[in-house]
Design a protein around this ligand. Structure first.
Ligand code: ATP
Ligand code: MG
Length: 328
């Protein structure tokens, strides 16, 4: 199998060169305490995520990646193996992959991600910046002589990267992403409505599509004072209010990328606009705020959640691109 893998903090997307997207689920695994022996992996993805915050004793729902980085190699290896099995791989079938890594990952962090993939029987593994992979997934050519700039707002971090002709010109990272926005929604509900909600409910509120702004959202939680179950109706605009401090901070951190760009490069970006992707970019008001703050046109990717994995898969067959941009 030839795969593009986006092992993100929030979600894992695997794209097969021939079959397209073969896995797209939350980056969560469910382990059962082995009572002194190795823990057993019971589930990955959506099934495991449903038990976040409600898993019984001896069961642990955990994330294999934090802020785009592997902290526990053994867990990441178990996780990747299970994901590939779910994606239809037979254990011994040869598998090559391009793996997305955060733009600011250190050599050691990149090595840990690559090692986890190698131990899951993927060989060779080529590491590529998420930003470059996402650009390829959206049809841009990072080998162009013109400068492209992309912004990736993920779950655990946000990156802005400008690149051209096989190299990165400048890059900024913020350690804030969609997950911080979820925390901000929970905080808003607690402070403004005295309602305590779990992570899953806060995320549901944050991602709820609101075609009609006047339609209120019903939120389920626990009363902050009495501890009893309570419902609150929330105006759609309140979600934007709740996440605004996080979005503002992300945009401020990323706008520094422009300060480092030479004038000619800035002219390219001004002509083409900034490409925006990552799940966090779907939050209310983000594209507009980014556009105002950067003073540049911003285009939201057609497939903001899967373009990194698709681009990684496409890059697998583009040797000049891989040799120019590979990180390992
Ligand atoms: N429609 C939506 N509205 C708002 N936020 C959304 C929406 N869909 C997804 N998200 C958020 O996007 C984030 C996940 O984005 P993505 O899958 O790009 O991150 P990731 O690649 O897993 O993380 P990272 O790149 O930081 O390692 C989550 O915080 C999720 O709640
Ligand atoms: Mg990502």
């Amino acid at each position: 199998m030839d795969l593009g893998i986006d092992l993100g903090t929030a979600s894992t997307v695997v794209s097969d060169v021939r079959r397209g997207i073969v896995f797209d689920e939350p980056s969560v695994l469910l382990l059962r305490d082995g009572g002194g022996r190795r823990p057993r992996l019971l589930a990955v993805g959506r099934e495991a995520a449903d038990l976040l915050g409600r898993s019984p004793a001896r069961y642990t729902a955990a994330r294999p990646v934090h802020d785009g980085v592997v902290t526990d190699l053994e867990t990441a290896r178990l996780y990747l193996r299970a994901v590939l099995a779910r994606a239809g791989r037979h254990v011994w079938s040869p598998t090559r992959a391009v793996l997305g890594v955060p733009a600011d990952a250190t050599a050691l962090e990149t090595r840990a991600l690559v090692e986890a993939a190698e131990e899951a029987n993927i060989r060779p593994v080529t590491a590529l910046d998420d930003a470059v992979a996402g650009a390829v997934g959206c049809g841009l050519d990072p080998l162009d002589r013109r400068v492209h700039m992309v912004v990736d707002v993920g779950g655990g971090k946000s990156d802005a990267v400008a690149f051209c002709y096989g190299g990165v010109l400048t890059q900024r990272t913020s350690k804030l992403g969609g997950d911080e926005m979820t925390v901000a929604v929970a905080r808003y509900l607690r402070e403004e409505h005295s309602l305590l909600v779990g992570e899953l409910e806060a995320e549901r509120v944050k991602t709820c599509p609101t075609p009609d702004e006047s339609e209120p959202l019903v939120v389920h939680g626990r009363d902050g004072a009495s501890g009893r179950p309570r419902l609150v109706t929330l105006q759609a605009t309140e979600v934007a209010t709740a996440v605004r401090p996080v979005v503002t901070e992300i945009v401020r951190a990323l706008s520094g990328t422009l300060d480092d760009l030479p004038p000619q490069a800035l002219a390219d970006v001004l002509a083409e606009g900034v490409l925006l992707f990552g799940g966090g970019s779907l939050v209310h008001g983000l594209p507009g705020l980014l556009e105002r703050e950067l003073g540049l046109p911003v285009k939201l990717a057609e497939e903001p959640l899967t373009c990194v994995a698709e681009g990684a898969a496409r890059a697998l067959r583009n040797r000049p691109l891989l040799s120019a941009y590979r990180r390992n």
